[in-house]
Design a protein around this ligand. Structure first.
Ligand SMILES: Cc1cc2nc3c(=O)[nH]c(=O)nc-3n(C[C@H](O)[C@H](O)[C@H](O)COP(=O)(O)O)c2cc1C
Length: 350
């Protein structure tokens, strides 16, 4: 299967299926000399793990990374870094009753049409589990960014139709939803509970901010920074939209409202989301992603079999009620990967 490689200099190739023995990533182009341990990676993986069964899957994976290559005496050597994360809690029983059906909203139908074969043990490469390798790679990209004091923060802006009214970044890691508004948390939890009981699912919005990025990252014209961020974020399962800065709202604004005036101290506003002409302008980079509701739901829906017969389907098993909050660390990882790659590309020029 092609299309499993991402990046130009800092380049990753991920592999593995949700119900196979393991998933992993090979990272090529990582600079030598960075301190890196399995614990550094496990720390990031822990944020992606299902922590609250009221919201997320009851599948319990330890998600511990093993470093197979590219690190010697705790430091990267400049050679390919190979990471493996073993699947420990695999159970395909819940997939038996749907083995020849296409789940509405999932990739079963398109994988079948494309390849004529699909991994019936689970979601295969289209499973949310695939993102574990992205997060592992993102932990290594973080090491590159740390050297330049670039930080990436992501959080839940809206979930189940309830929006965070305040952005208190100190609160993000204090609740299982990664929500910066503690007052919104109980209301969202209540909504998720109701939706779960109704056998349904919900979506929401994740916001990502990168601070400390120098001006000059991004390659005109096809590898613009905003284009690469959009590709990185849209490449995550369940992401259906990406905005940079004022995003879709810019279409309703006047030029005089949307432009960010310049001063010797910097930009006076940030509707651009830190990117102009596909190149970072030194301001905070701001992106948002729209996340659709989880396709696998208990509520009965019409579908067809592989033979084209109409039938109904109720998906049982260990599914998330929403890809949020687990997608939040995945968004962080994808933005880190883009920025690390763009930073190394810029260093190659200047
Ligand atoms: C972190 C994460 C967790 C997910 N969990 C589930 C899940 O439990 N059940 C499910 O049907 N889809 C889940 N998804 C969504 C599917 O992976 C996704 O909807 C599917 O691959 C179809 O792709 P598309 O939604 O981009 O079209 C999850 C996605 C992510 C990123």
């Amino acid at each position: 299967m092609a299309g499993n490689t991402f990046g130009t200099i800092f380049r990753i190739t991920t592999w593995g299926e949700s119900h196979g023995p393991a998933l992993g990533v090979v990272i090529d182009g990582c600079p030598p000399g960075l301190t890196l341990s399995a614990e550094d990676i496990d720390k990031e993986l822990a944020w992606r793990r299902a922590r609250d069964t009221r919201v997320s899957t009851s599948r319990r994976e330890p998600d511990l990374a093993e470093i197979l290559s590219g690190v010697f005496e705790g430091r990267t050597t400049g050679t390919p870094i190979s990471l493996v994360i073993h699947n420990r809690d695999v159970d395909s029983n819940a997939y038996e009753h749907i083995w020849n059906l296409f789940r509405p909203g999932h990739a079963d139908y398109t994988y079948w049409e494309k390849y004529g074969i699909r991994d019936r043990r689970g979601g295969g490469r289209a499973s949310g589990r695939e993102t574990v390798a992205r997060v592992a790679a993102g932990a290594v990209a973080k090491k590159v960014l740390d050297q330049h004091n670039i930080t990436v923060l992501a959080y839940t802006l809206a979930l189940g139709g309830i929006r965070a009214q305040k952005l208190d970044f100190d609160e993000i890691y204090k609740n299982s939803l990664f929500c910066p508004d503690p007052d919104a948390v109980p209301r969202i939890m209540q909504r998720l509970q109701e939706v779960k009981e109704a056998g349904d699912s919900v979506g929401g919005v994740v916001e990502i901010r990168a601070q400390g990025c120098p001006a000059g990252l991004g390659e005109p014209v096809f590898a613009k920074l905003d284009a690469m961020l959009a590709a990185a974020l849209m490449g995550i399962g369940a992401v259906k939209g990406v905005e940079i800065g004022s995003g879709f709202a810019a279409s309703d604004m006047l030029g005089s409202e949307n432009n960010d005036p310049l001063s010797p101290e910097g930009f006076l506003s940030n509707n651009a989301g830190g990117i102009l002409g596909g190149i970072s302008n030194g301001d905070e980079i701001v992106a948002r992603v729209a996340v659709k509701p989880i396709p696998s739901i208990e509520k009965e829906q019409q579908t067809i079999t592989e033979d084209g017969e109409v039938t109904t389907l109720s998906v049982k098993g260990r599914h998330d009620v929403s890809a949020i909050p687990r997608i939040v660390p995945v968004c962080t990882a994808m933005v880190r990967l883009v920025l690390a790659d763009m930073l190394l590309q810029q260093k190659a020029i200047r």
